[in-house]
Design a binder for this molecule. Sequence first.
Ligand code: GN1
Ligand code: MG
Length: 361
Amino acid sequence: MSKVVNRQQINHVLSFYDASLDTCTIAPLGNGLINCTYLVSNQDKQFVLQRINHQVFKHPEQVINNAELLSEHIKQKHKLNQYALSPIWQIHTNAGTAIVKDNGSSWRALNFITDSYTVESVSSPEQAAQVATAFGQFTAALADFPAGKLNEIIPNFHHLDTRLAQLTQAVNTDPAKRLQQCQQIVDFCLAQQDFIEQVATLSESLPIRVTHNDTKINNLLFSRASDKPIAVIDLDTCMAGFIMNDFGDMVRTCCSTEPEDGTNLTNMAVKIEIFQALAQAYIKSFSGTMSELEKHSLVVGTQLLPFMLGIRFLTDFINGDNYFHTKHPLHNLERAKNQLHFFTLLQKLAPKLSDIIQACD
Ligand code: GN1
Ligand code: MG
């Protein structure tokens, strides 16, 4: 999936926000794998401009509508002192809409929190606890949000059987003729039947909440003044779901000694102290409202998220890299190997991780 956007197009979109490249500078922002995100700045204002990826988000209006509803709810909670972090909202165009449709692309603008930064990897157990608290507070703030009002942006987004069916479909058609490069990894995924069944059984009984569904550490903004999380960003996949998925994605991105696309697998390890800090803080942020089954599910989510993302990267590799932004032809394959290796490490450690979770109050 290409990230190329031309300046002329950006300038046209900026005109809907009374801005122009004659007076503003524009710079890429963040490391998202789906949308193209920029920071627009001039002397008196800064905002985020984002092109929504149509390939992934088939109905951008639904993404925009969900964001309007969610930010309104979060803003109210913030006003009532029930949500300490800063809300993020969509800036409306001079015509009063939250979306700009231009030449087949959809764009939106968001408020930018000045003096903030993102981090790609966690640096201490204290910081891990802050990360888990921030995402936990976000879900807690949405506990009274009517989940039925949200569009299901990507159907079955975190549904393992759907992801396996997509892998099987890619394997059966092999459109980019890449299967022979990864047959062994495909076989490894399809051989995980016990785990696949464990997830299916658990999912039948877990309560549904409004979850973020993309709780990697770089979806938090940190304050330059306090070096603490100041806002939860990227609400694109905020939908009805299970908290084991949000916890699992935090562990996926905070507890590996390697980045998501790192190739040094022999040295990869799980950062146990970071895990402990995440578990303790996440459970605490629910103030006693996390059920016993949900608590038990966290260790499953820990394995599920790297396994499922490994399958998604592998599927995209086989299909010819249509979904995730890639920097080189083997990028998705390397990401898949990385995630599946992390899954095996977490699976071996599951009893120990489970004990840590059970000891949290
Ligand atoms: C994508 O674009 P970004 O980085 O926020 C993906 C997530 C993956 C993540 C892996 C809509 O998120 O599901 O976990 O990449 N988002 C979508 O880095 O597929
Ligand atoms: Mg995202």
